[in-house]
Design a protein around this ligand. Structure first.
Ligand code: NAG
Ligand code: NAG
Ligand code: NAG
Ligand code: NAG
Ligand code: NAG
Ligand code: NAG
Ligand code: NAG
Ligand code: NAG
Ligand code: NAG
Ligand code: NAG
Ligand code: NAG
Length: 562
């Protein structure tokens, strides 16, 4: 994202058990002392600290201190989606990033001798273009000493000693992919080693019918290979294989392996996916504490960024994943992959605008986010773990925050919604009963802050009202960091609500600050959130996008007010 940025790495976690908040706090403090500009945390608490501790937990407090020192803090939203309120990153001074897909696809397929093509995954070379190779199931290529009874997992091809090398040599070996691969008990790497040992021409993995509802990432293979993720397609392969076998009538022994196939290979990417899309695992808003604190009116996540099937830097000596041992890059998925994209872009913004506060960087990223996918349609959000591409609907601000990051836009935002450390302190002091905790953590007395400030009053580039009682006026102030420009204000109101913004048109000089008032009126009670948007359209081309989320608790009685 940010060529030639310096990366400082602080070890605070361990493979075996994760880690302790105290180590993370120490790492944050050390990074701040070392003068970093941006912190990227692909970690969240494994449990949301309850009640008042949601904001007052050691890591969020350490990040507040980092923000005070001018450091932009990015955090992964967590991979606990798609259910609502699954967010594990909640504080307004932290920039929370969800995961979206991108358009790149590594497509691999196997063409069978009956001309059926089956799609699959695998970062593998293909077999020779003009040659069909004989398929042989591992279960039909056992040595005389081996039977499925002596090794019930023999079909997973984990040990070359089980197989008759004369039968396998030069052919495509069929192996089964079971739940044991997901658990790490069997590996693709070992099956490939078996195939190599037996001089097989390649490997076709079919899916055991008990493996369902997990995402199979492309896995690097050094020999021609493919994994067929669909149990139905796997059945098609096995039926073709089985129906092509010829057997001795009396002994039932196989006399000919009649099925043939070739593997096309999946090393070359194509860019045909409809994207971006919010991934099913990306944690969702609204703020989980809406039901506890009246003042948790803070939009989360802030944004989504590429997080699915990302080529991540990897140490070839790393032992975290058997499949990627010896590799210099690993293809990874999760909000952990999305957060560093934003950290890099924040570094670019900081380079262009060195005086930007963390809130200004957050604003630049948020107000310029894209709302459309690469087909010009609405960005979709996957809503189920299984068949996620069928169970999807347009993404709301609780799925994607302000939208999908647009790096070009973020470097030229026009207007900025700024906030300072003192604003976050006021917000914290506004939480009932917080003063002793604030004193404990920051050494500062809430008496010196305006503790009438609620989450809704923070100058965020979004408006989130968790409980709307009849009406509310929300103020936001924008600062112009570009040249003089005239803005027109447009909006679409959430369902069941009317809104009005004043002024509806304004001219703003370079460096000038303007206050916008947003009047929100409830027309209809509702137990679910509805969504709207405010847009500021500048005559010099800047577009500033502000998402709106409202849950109406009590509406006006509309009968007299038709
Ligand atoms: C590109 O990849 C997608 C997804 O795997 C696949 O459906 C499509 O057929 C591929 N297109 C080409 C031209 O290879
Ligand atoms: C497969 O397709 C090729 C070319 O289209 C054709 O020549 C061949 O006869 C087909 N084979 C079968 C088994 O259908
Ligand atoms: C395995 O058994 C078959 C039939 O029982 C026999 O023909 C073959 O020679 C045996 N192979 C070896 C390597 O012992
Ligand atoms: C295959 O594996 C066997 C036993 O693990 C080993 O002795 C042999 O050298 C290997 N052969 C090749 C070609 O790798
Ligand atoms: C394989 O095919 C034979 C007949 O050709 C059938 O009796 C048998 O059930 C099939 N086995 C499998 C596992 O499909
Ligand atoms: C089937 O096997 C038996 C016993 O090994 C053998 O005598 C016979 O010739 C075989 N049949 C064919 C058609 O190969
Ligand atoms: C990103 O922002 C730039 C500059 O505002 C704009 O030209 C471009 O169309 C945007 N891209 C997307 C995908 O929205
Ligand atoms: C603050 O909390 C105290 C004790 O939990 C409670 O008695 C009081 O009503 C609360 N005040 C407000 C304004 O919610
Ligand atoms: C303040 O900190 C002390 C020591 O860390 C702790 O024992 C106490 O419970 C804290 N008080 C509050 C109100 O958080
Ligand atoms: C405190 O904040 C509220 C809400 O933003 C504002 O109306 C009020 O004027 C502020 N009071 C002071 C003393 O700044
Ligand atoms: C909304 O709900 C409140 C209380 O829950 C009720 O008093 C009011 O009549 C409702 N308003 C409408 C328009 O349904």
């Amino acid at each position: 994202m940010a060529p030639r940025a310096h990366v400082a790495v602080y070890k605070a976690l361990y493979k075996s058990f994760g880690g302790f908040a105290a180590d993370v706090v120490a790492a944050i403090d050390q990074a701040a002392q070392d003068g970093v500009d941006v912190l990227s945390l692909s970690i969240t608490p494994n449990r949301r600290p309850p009640g008042i501790a949601t904001f007052f937990n050691p890591i969020d407090m350490a990040l507040l201190s980092a923000v005070k020192a001018g450091i932009f803090a990015v955090q992964a939203a967590g991979n606990t989606g798609p259910s609502p309120k699954s967010m594990s990153s909640f504080s307004p001074w932290i920039f929370t990033v969800g995961a979206a897909s991108h358009d790149r696809a590594y497509s691999n397929s196997v063409i069978l001798g009956n001309n059926v093509t089956i799609h699959g995954v695998g970062l593998a070379p293909g077999t020779h273009k003009n040659t069909m190779l004989t398929l042989i199931s591992a279960l039909d290529a056992l040595t005389n000493e081996t039977t499925a009874a002596t090794d019930m997992y023999v079909g997973e091809c984990q040990d070359s000693r089980n197989f008759n090398r004369d039968l396998v040599k030069g052919n495509l070996l069929i192996c089964s992919y079971s739940i044991r691969f997901v658990l790490g008990l069997s590996t693709i790497k070992q099956a490939i080693a078996t195939a190599k040992n037996l001089s097989a021409a390649g490997v076709v993995f079919y899916m055991d019918p008990f493996v369902i509802g997990f995402q199979l990432n492309p896995i690097p293979m050094r020999v021609p290979g493919i994994i067929i993720p669909s149990p139905d397609d796997s059945k098609v392969l096995l039926q073709y294989y089985n129906s092509s076998l010829e057997r001795n009538e009396t002994t039932k022994q196989i006399t000919r392996f009649g099925s043939v196939a070739r593997i096309l290979g999946g090393l070359k990417a194509n860019y045909s996916n409809s994207a971006p899309k919010v991934m099913f695992y990306s944690a969702r808003g609204p703020d989980p504490e809406d039901s506890f604190l009246n003042n948790a009116d803070i939009l989360k996540p802030n944004l989504v960024a590429p997080g699915n099937l990302i080529w991540a830097a990897w140490s070839s000596l790393g032992t975290d994943s058997v499949e990627f041992q010896g590799e210099n890059f690993a293809m990874m998925s999760g909000t952990s992959m999305a957060a560093p994209h934003i950290a890099g872009l924040a570094a670019l913004i900081k380079q262009k605008f060195p005086s930007f506060s963390p809130a200004a960087i957050a604003s630049a990223l948020s107000t310029t986010a894209s709302l459309y996918d690469n087909n010009g349609g609405q960005i979709m959000a996957q809503r189920a773990y299984s068949n996620p591409d069928i169970n999807q609907s347009p993404a709301t601000p609780f799925d994607m925050g302000s939208g999908f990051v647009n790096a070009t836009g973020a470097l030229d935002p026009g207007l900025i919604f700024d906030s300072r450390y003192d604003d976050y302190m006021s917000f914290l002091c506004g939480i009932n009963g917080s003063s002793p905790v604030v004193l404990n953590y920051t050494g500062q007395n809430c008496l010196s802050y305006n503790s009438t400030i609620n989450g809704i009053d923070l100058n965020l580039p979004s408006i989130t009202i968790a409980k709307l009682y009849q009406s509310k006026t929300v103020q936001r102030s924008v600062t112009n960091i570009a040249g003089e420009e005239t803005y027109r204000v447009g909006w679409s109101a959430p369902y069941g609500v009317t809104i009005k913004v004043e002024p509806t048109r304004f001219c703003i000089a370079s460096g000038e600050r303007k206050v916008l008032s947003v009047f929100v009126d409830a027309k209809m009670n509702s137990s679910t959130a509805s969504y709207g948007r405010i847009g500021l359209f500048g005559d010099q081309g800047h577009v500033v996008n502000i998402p709106l989320s409202v849950i109406v608790k009590v509406a006006y009685n509309t009968t007299t007010n038709v």
